[in-house]
Write a protein that binds this ligand. Sequence first.
Ligand SMILES: Cc1cc2nc3c(=O)[nH]c(=O)nc-3n(C[C@H](O)[C@H](O)[C@H](O)COP(=O)(O)O)c2cc1C
Length: 483
Amino acid sequence: MKLSNASTRLIDGMPRLIQAGMGIHISSARLANITSRLGALGVVSGAGLRHVVVEQVRAGATEAIAAARTFPFARYVEELLAFAPGGSKHRSAVPVDHPEPRLGALAKRLTTICAYVEVAMAKKGHRGKVGINVMWKCALSVLPTIYGSMLAGVDALVCGAGVPMELPGIVASIRAGKDLSYTPLTGTDTHTHLSIAEDDPAPVLARMEPPKLLPIVSNFAFCKRILDTWAKRYDGARPFAFVLENHAAGGHNAPPRNKVAFTETDDLDSYFDKVLGLGVPVYVAGEFPGGGSRRDYLHWLDRGAYGFQVGSRFALCSDSGMRPDLRDAVIEANRRGESEVVTDLRLSPTGYPFKRVTVPGTLSDPRVYAARPRACNRMHLARSVFQEQSDGTVKEAYICPAMPEKRFLSLGGGNPADLEGRVCLCNALLSTAGFYSDVEPPIVTLGESGLQVKELLSARQVMEEILTPEYVAQAEKELTEPT
Ligand SMILES: Cc1cc2nc3c(=O)[nH]c(=O)nc-3n(C[C@H](O)[C@H](O)[C@H](O)COP(=O)(O)O)c2cc1C
């Protein structure tokens, strides 16, 4: 069975199964490497990568250090490897974004090379397709994450948590080696800039195919708006596909139309056919009565979808980056029928609904939430505010509604009503993946399909169940054997 035969004909070799980019480091390079070499689009999480990869380098991880050494521009390599054992910054905190260009430049360069390292590790040793999940609401890292992953030859940019209106322009500017500036990035309040002209990346990028663009969208209107805006602004640019994500999916969800609770008008079924009518391939996510099973897969292919994107099953597999104790606790509670997935409208600093799982000892427990002092020291979800100074000048600052109240209000622009119930997702999600876990409590997110996971499987076993063992074996052969 050839992967390219009629029953499985792929457009530009793009797989029909996407292993979703999830949380911080849940979709690790390791997970994406396995799934992409077995015939899926393996997607690494883009969120929080500066902290993840710098901490790996600090711990002396040889694979990450070796990947960093292949980055095309020496200055970035020196700056990242300064955190390695014996390096000049080995004991320094991971730099965070700062609105003052001089103070924020290092964080941006580190985000760039860290995205490069993650994608390079996911691509190592096979010819399968690798994508990166770009969280639009992590606006400060959108540009360097796309830049770094493009330098590593990423095959797809899968963009969620926001509407990526500027995406084709960003990719084109990066390929042309032009500096970028968005004030603000559409759908966010954040002003973001990236200087790349000095690197002269165009000759490096000219040797690579531009990445395919896959916005994650949850209604017809945004699909239509993306198509119209991209075509008009960016010379007829089109997404490779839409990932249509239902509100039962894990992580962030698009807000309900009535702003209170999801109803039938939010259901993917109510807009799926209309989106198909736009003539762009569609992957379905978060609408899996069978938990993301082969039955769900065949159902959606039969309905006309190009493929589907699975998250929760992969998040709970033995190859994901989730802390094993948390993963095992969820699976055990699922077996007893005791897990609950709650749509929390307050929790996320982004203001989007967020699915949390009721795991004891995590921030889903009100006592654990109350016991954590508010702190904001990672800044991945920060947004810009502008405050007039006594001398009449205007100063930009970054705020996040999960930060300490006083600081949030003193920087200007923050609404006090925004503060209540917010979880510091940067620290909580890093902790869920085992980073800073000794000082920060975790939070677990899953889609409703996650409740159906009652045994620990490997990523390969999940893929075999969805695509069949024969398909997976053939894919591995085609994607790893010398040509
Ligand atoms: C643990 C977890 C974290 C997630 N984080 C993200 C994310 O960072 N960005 C994103 O676009 N989607 C995220 N998602 C949603 C997935 O991309 C995917 O659409 C969804 O998981 C599919 O539905 P399922 O959870 O029922 O498999 C996350 C899902 C899970 C389970």
